[in-house]
Design a protein around this ligand. Structure first.
Ligand SMILES: Nc1nc2c(ncn2[C@@H]2O[C@H](COP(=O)(O)OP(=O)(O)OP(=O)(O)O)[C@@H](O)[C@H]2O)c(=O)[nH]1
Length: 775
């Protein structure tokens, strides 16, 4: 009831919001002692047209990333509130946040899909993507990072760097995304600034640049001192107030220069921390070091906060250091300075280098980074515009699908509400209606001719000697889709619903490329392949809720891989007459196991040098097709092959033999070689991290021993122990329930694919028996 009331209220706010087209930044009087952020005032109304396309230097495309439950959603909600976008504070625990808008998200209190939200902060436009923390949805994070220019990493200050933060951090590094760190939950008794800084240094191998000192700790945490300006920002907690919906919403805070009347310990700490900050920044930025030595050699501390801020910005953009701020989103403290830091330190779109975009000059070039299905409007495609302008009612060209489609409507994404706009320029994130064929990762340009012109520019720049493929040169790289580790069959309630189920699965796949759907060749059953138990459970749930189909899932099975044990050379001849035509081909090849196995490590195919020079392109392609089809099904259980190298030594064919027969002969030869080479099942081994109170550690260890787990480390984190282990995925079915039972709910865990490992003969035999129904 309460949740519904809040949602209704929010819709009313949005209604008003859309009418007034408010996108209001806060107004604050920096010089006064009490700083207050106002949201909506009648005379504050701006025309949406005026703010739809802000200057590119004022745009920040930002992601919020973190470990599950670190407080991303709560922080996002506070940002929307302080920027005047919402009038009430959403609360994940009440299930009424703006960004977690899917029904399951509200119920489970977790973020599943990245929701894009646009709002203005002071003079800046912020496009913010809230990313999920659960490891089953890593692809969502990757997808978001691909189109972002900067990120805020939110940490639970009592836990420091947790497993999922590490994963997301690595992803951010891969995409060269500059970050700002926010140490949230400073109100928790166990929160520790020094511990969190050390874990950023140790675990992320990053260089934290501390910009604030907390005022008070645990329950008495009341604000921060800004080390650049020496301003003390204090959010005064009114006695007796517990709820965020109460008056004490954190909009009002006191900002005054730190002076001698402040506690000596705080003064001392700030003085030391500021000196350390200046020294650290000088070490990382030559320009700042020169300035200090020339103009402030008498006293480095006299350097202006503006010069220091500019230097911190350069350090952040060069990714030599990460600014660190602290606060407590739930207690409404420290979020406004975080918003200031986002605009001050993270890059504008034009400060990031997106390599191939220069081939398009001012022509449109955009990347589709998310697709959502809307019952009324069809697919909604989120586009990051890299160059040019996007307009509704225009045709665009999708390079990946080689198709021309029409954008019927163009909108700015305000979580689950969207505002129509007449055009959108480079640097922005837009939401389009009408693109029916576009899937996540596709590049959208204005026309086929524009793509061809870009390809010509790319080729002429590459030099005449460097012949490159047109397509690859002008397509933005999409996201890497991780390998699914679980699969299960899915069946509709009646055959009459089969077509509806297929439509639902096609739609869901367009939204979520980490979901794979295939039809088993032998049984004809539809198979769902996903990233984890939760992932499959959510897909199942969405089919029921959004498409009204009550499906049945078969038991969850582990996606094994297969490899071979020995090197084998073999020959095969195919002699077949089809109609009037005789096809004769002989193939000789060698298969051998590769030494190293990493997740996703594929199979290799090579020709001997001599043969490579002799074969025509068509025959080579036929050989490759034959070999690749054999890689899909291993000889033991039919799982895809991994870590097998194949060398094609001979292909002799009589005139008139078709390429299809060459493929068939290679397949047969591969099949024979693989059988002779001895099959080896590879099982996915996961890295597991369990955080548990010390008193329950032995129960967790005892349980893990029965799961073929290998403990790698046990670390201390305040009163908790963090157990790091590897364990075969097959042993982890339903682990969340078991863990809850053995620890009485006092533990959390993350599970992530580490590698594929060859099973020992005993385990492999029991698996083979189980699969053939003998066990
Ligand atoms: N004590 C304290 N609790 C907080 C703070 N911020 C958030 N929380 C609580 O932490 C829990 C998780 O918060 P969320 O905002 O849902 O975290 P999240 O990172 O978005 O979680 P996922 O979307 O599931 O990854 C909720 O119970 C919040 O009320 C804080 O500053 N202090």
């Amino acid at each position: 009831m309460h949740v519904r009331a809040c949602r209704t209220l929010r819709r009313m706010i949005w209604g008003r919001y859309l009418l007034t087209a408010g996108l209001q930044g806060c107004r604050c009087t920096v010089s006064c002692h009490v700083q207050r952020h106002f949201g909506f005032l009648p005379d504050d109304v701006k025309s949406l047209r005026a703010v739809v396309n802000p200057d590119v230097s004022k745009i920040r495309n930002i992601g919020i990333m973190a470990h599950i439950d670190a407080g991303k959603t709560t922080t996002t909600e506070r940002m929307l509130y302080y920027s005047g976008y919402t009038r009430a504070l959403g609360d994940v625990d009440d299930g009424d946040t703006v960004t977690d808008f899917m029904a399951q998200e509200r119920e489970r209190g977790i973020t599943i899909q990245s929701a894009a939200v646009t709002f203005d902060w002071k003079t800046h436009r912020i496009n913010l993507i809230d990313t999920p923390g659960h490891v089953d949805f890593t692809l969502e994070v990757e997808r978001a990072l691909r189109v972002l220019d900067g990120a805020v990493a939110v940490f639970d200050a009592s836990a420091g760097v947790e497993a999922q933060t590490l994963t997301v951090w690595r992803q951010a590094q891969k995409h060269h995304v500059p970050c700002v760190c926010f140490l949230n939950k400073m109100d928790k008794p166990a929160a520790s600034l020094s511990f969190s800084l050390e874990s950023i240094r140790q675990k992320l191998k990053a260089n934290p640049v501390l910009l604030q000192i907390p005022v008070g700790s645990g329950k008495s945490f009341s604000g921060v001192v800004d080390l650049l300006t020496n301003q003390k920002l204090v959010w005064k907690q009114r006695s007796g107030i517990r709820s965020m919906r109460d008056e004490d919403d954190g909009r009002m805070f006191e900002s005054k220069p730190l002076d001698q009347s402040d506690e000596p310990d705080l003064l001392q700490e700030v003085t030391e921390a500021r000196a350390a900050l200046i020294e650290q920044v000088a070490d990382l930025d030559d320009e700042f070091a020169d300035l200090l030595l020339t103009d402030f050699s008498d006293n480095f501390n006299d350097v202006s906060s503006i010069k220091l801020q500019e230097a911190v910005r350069r350090v952040t953009l060069a990714r030599k250091g990460v600014p660190v701020l602290c606060g407590s989103s739930l207690r409404n403290k420290g979020v406004q300075p975080l918003l200031d830091a986002i605009t001050a330190y993270l890059p504008a779109p034009n400060e990031r280098h997106h390599d191939l975009v220069r081939w398009y000059n001012d022509d449109l070039c955009a990347l589709a980074f998310k697709v959502l299905h809307d019952k009324q409007r069809g697919p909604l495609v989120f586009l990051r515009i890299y160059s040019g302008t996007l307009k509704p009612q225009t045709a665009v060209h999708n390079i990946n699908r080689n198709s021309t489609e029409r954008i019927s409507r163009l909108m700015v994404p305000f979580a689950d509400q969207h505002v129509e706009i007449p055009s959108m320029t480079a640097g922005n994130i837009a939401l389009t209606v009408g693109l029916k064929q576009t899937v996540t990762g596709d590049t959208i340009v204005s026309s086929k001719a524009s793509a061809a012109a870009a390809a010509r520019r790319a080729q002429s720049d590459g030099g005449a000697g460097k012949k490159r493929r047109e397509h690859a040169d002008v397509v933005l790289s999409g996201v890497e889709v991780p390998e699914p580790v679980f699969f299960c069959t899915i069946e509709p309630p009646t055959m009459a619903k089969q077509a509806d189920l297929e439509t639902a699965l096609t739609n869901l796949q367009r939204e979520d490329p980490s979901l794979q759907v295939r039809v088993d060749a032998d049984s004809g059953q539809t198979i769902l392949c996903g990233m984890g138990e939760l992932h499959i459970e959510i897909v199942h749930d969405r089919i029921r809720r959004e498409y009204g189909i009550e499906t049945y899932l078969g038991p969850l099975q582990v996606a094994y891989r297969e490899s071979i044990l020995h090197e084998v050379s073999t020959t095969e001849t195919l002699d077949r007459t089809v109609g009037e035509r005789r096809h004769v081909v002989t193939v000789a090849l060698t298969v051998a196991p590769l030494d190293t196995l990493t997740p996703g490590s594929s199979c290799e195919l090579e020709f001997t040098e001599e043969l490579g020079g002799q074969l025509s392109a068509a025959v080579k392609e036929a050989v490759e097709n034959g070999a690749h089809s054999s890689f899909l099904q291993g000889p033991l259980l039919g799982y895809p092959l991994q870590g097998v190298s194949t060398l094609i030594q001979r292909v002799n064919m009589e005139p008139g033999t078709s390429p299809a027969m060459v493929s068939a002969c290679v397949s047969r030869c591969m099949h024979k070689a693989l059988r002779l080479a001895g099959g080896q099942v590879l099982e996915p081994v996961m890295s597991l991290e369990v955080t548990v109170g010390e008193d329950r550690l032995s129960s967790v260890l005892g349980d893990l021993a029965q799961r073929r787990g290998t403990v790698q480390d046990i670390q201390s984190r305040h009163d908790d122990k963090v157990l790091v282990a590897t364990v075969p995925l097959a042993e982890m079915m339903g682990y969340s329930t078991i863990l809850r039972t053995v620890t009485s709910g006092n533990a959390t865990f993350t599970l992530e694919l580490d590698t594929y490992v060859a099973m020992n003969p005993q385990d492999q035999n029991s698996l083979l028996k189980k699969m053939s129904g003998l066990l």
